[in-house]
Design a protein around this ligand. Structure first.
Ligand SMILES: [Zn+2]
Ligand SMILES: [Zn+2]
Length: 274
């Protein structure tokens, strides 16, 4: 465990980039073998849009990274946050509580608020417009949303009192889970269902991408499914019935052109069908 902590304390940026790019490439290959849905689409053109948003997400996070580093240093210097309230000696328990707290305050809460606040939904909606959810969709975030998510991650670090190695560990796990849950693959139904008792399974997140309410407003989790299950936001539907996209932006001109996707947050607000 000490070695793992040391690794994440000093994880080189190129390792993080490799995990992101390698993951997309591996799932890109696997999804041809066991597709969740057989899409008729221009995979490369679709990938271009989503990789554009992945690159802008990386730029935002890289530019603001110093804020995250300073925040983590300060909360640990002044013993702020959940991890400092109890003196947890067991390093596994410390790590687990830290990851769960980061997952709730930095990710679940961020996602929930993005769905419930009109202003934030305007930005998050771009992620939901994707009608061909695949390995490239995980980081399809408008640059405005990338900033919003960064602020929530920083908030998560403060509430958790997370040291930087824990933040890097969480972010690395988050990249892996994001790719797994978005990739156009399907696990055997039973495996997916059992997995969903602990983690966000691929089917669980794909239900979140169903084009209509109330499913869009459910399964907000990022890594652990405990928050959805505890807080009543868990939902289930048969994978065969899932239709990707969002009912307010159904035409290809709107959801499959970079120019329009960048403008959506500034266009008149559209109410979803209830
Ligand atoms: Zn969402
Ligand atoms: Zn998603």
């Amino acid at each position: 465990m000490d070695k793992l902590i040391l690794y994440f304390e000093t994880i080189p940026s190129w390792h993080r980039a490799l995990i992101l790019a390698g993951g997309i490439a591996i799932f890109w290959i696997i999804e041809n073998a066991i597709p969740f849905k057989k899409f008729v689409y221009n995979k490369w053109q679709h990938a271009f849009i989503n990789i554009f948003f992945t690159v802008t997400t990386i730029i935002v996070n890289f530019t603001l990274a110093i804020i995250l580093l300073k925040t983590s240093d300060l909360v640990n210097q002044y013993h702020i946050g959940i991890l400092h309230w109890f003196s947890i000696k067991n390093v596994f328990l410390y790590t687990l509580i830290g990851l769960l707290s980061m997952d709730f305050f930095g990710a679940y809460l961020a996602h929930y608020v993005e769905h419930k606040t009109k202003f934030l939904w305007r930005f998050h909606l771009i992620h939901h417009t994707d009608t061909w959810v695949d390995s490239t969709s995980g980081n399809r975030h408008h640059p405005g949303e990338s900033v919003i998510r960064f602020l929530f991650t920083t908030f998560g670090v403060i509430i958790t009192g997370a040291p930087m190695w824990l933040v890097f560990m969480y972010q690395t796990l988050s990249v892996v889970f994001t790719q797994l849950t978005h990739a156009n693959i399907c696990l055997p139904k039973k495996v997916d269902h059992i997995l969903s008792y602990i983690f966000i399974s691929p089917d669980m997140h794909k239900i979140h991408h169903h084009y209509k309410l109330p499913y869009t407003d459910s399964n907000y989790g990022n890594i652990f499914s405990v928050w959805d299950r505890l807080l009543g936001t868990y939902s289930y539907m048969h994978r065969e019935d899932i239709v990707f996209g969002i009912d307010t932006h159904t035409t290809e001109k709107e959801h499959n052109t970079l120019n329009n996707l960048l403008k959506i947050p500034f266009q008149p607000y559209r109410n979803p069908e209830v």
